[in-house]
Write a protein that binds this ligand. Structure first.
Ligand code: MLT
Ligand code: MN
Length: 312
């Protein structure tokens, strides 16, 4: 199974269009040790030909341009794509906006939870993907599913989905009703276990997660590889940076560092390879020469970058 990190940044990308914080500024000047990153997405192939995309980011056109394996093959029909299916882990803008760029009546299948399918259904702009051409399929919680193309042919990629602590997408928040905004543990945000037919090695992809709990720790035990929410290094980092008022917790993202952080929370869970993904433009680990980057590496974690490939 091949796994390609298509986009390793959180919403907004790195540098973000309107961000004047030191990290985005340094990335714009091409300072060594700061790599630009596109928004949150990975691609997985069991046969090396057909690909399953996990999340469709607003940067998808650029991401396809940078990945020959996601482009039409030379001997393929005049309109074609090796992307057989798109699996969504939530309805956040950074994970669904790219669907709009996949129009042009090109068949592929879409998989998402009932909540995410309902959000797409309620936003008529997504009808640019005619369900007669792009079937929308329910990703049933906790069951393992064989991901198939629009024509029903299996891709060889198997996905098990599970709810993780999270929250509804920002644009779905009922402002002023925090209880409603955080009521979500049931499918607004999911993690996925990705494997291939007949193989037990699995990669877990969890780009958004609000806290590390016992259920998550049990689920991740024995993973060959974990791609995990690396949005913020510290909970109050956006406030400290002066770019916003929200904590990581308010955005539904557990920080990397600290007692309640992901590094500490997963340290004794048996995971062969652990990689942070969905990294926000305020996260100091983006600077490869920073103390925080060194600390994360010393704790046994890698930091994803665009184009990175894993073979399982
Ligand atoms: C998130 O990961 O918290 C969202 O992508 C934020 C957003 O919608 O910009
Ligand atoms: Mn996001």
């Amino acid at each position: 199974m091949r796994v390609k990190i298509v986009g390793s940044a959180a919403g907004g990308g790195f540098p973000q269009w309107n961000c004047n914080f030191r990290l985005s500024r340094a990335a714009r000047t091409g300072m060594p040790g700061l790599r630009s990153r596109t928004q949150s997405s990975i691609a997985v192939s069991a046969d090396g030909t057909g690909w399953v995309l996990f999340n469709a980011s607003p940067d998808i056109r650029q991401q396809i341009a940078q990945a020959p394996e996601l482009q039409p093959a030379a001997d393929a029909p005049l309109r074609s794509t090796p992307i057989r299916a798109v699996v969504l882990t939530n309805a956040d803008v950074d994970h669904v906006a790219g669907l709009l760029s996949l129009r042009e009546r090109q068949p592929f299948a879409m998989y998402a939870t009932a909540q995410v399918l309902a959000t797409l259904e309620a936003n008529s702009i997504f009808n640019v993907l005619d369900p007669a051409v792009v079937p929308r399929r329910l990703l049933a919680p906790t069951k393992e599913m064989a991901i198939c193309g629009a024509d029903g042919h299996p891709t060889g990629v198997i996905v098990g989905s599970f709810p993780v602590p999270g929250k509804v997408a920002l644009y779905l928040e009922q402002r002023g009703d925090p209880a409603a905004d955080f009521s979500s543990d049931t499918g607004d945000t999911i993690g996925v276990r990705i494997s291939e037919t007949g193989d037990r090695a699995a990669v877990f992809y969890v780009p958004g997660c609000a806290r590390i709990d016992a259920a998550l720790r049990a689920r991740l035990a024995g993973a060959a590889c974990l791609l995990f929410d690396g949005t913020v290094y510290t909970d109050d980092e956006m406030i400290t940076a002066g770019v916003g008022e929200k904590t990581g917790a308010r955005m539904g993202h557990v920080p990397m560092s600290g007692e309640a952080g992901s590094i500490a929370g997963l340290t004794d869970v048996k995971i062969s390879r652990r990689i942070f993904i969905h990294i926000n433009n305020t996260n100091p680990v983006l600077d490869e020469n920073s103390a925080e980057h060194a600390a994360v590496k010393a704790a046994g974690w890698e930091i994803a970058s665009d184009g990175m490939e894993l073979e399982l």
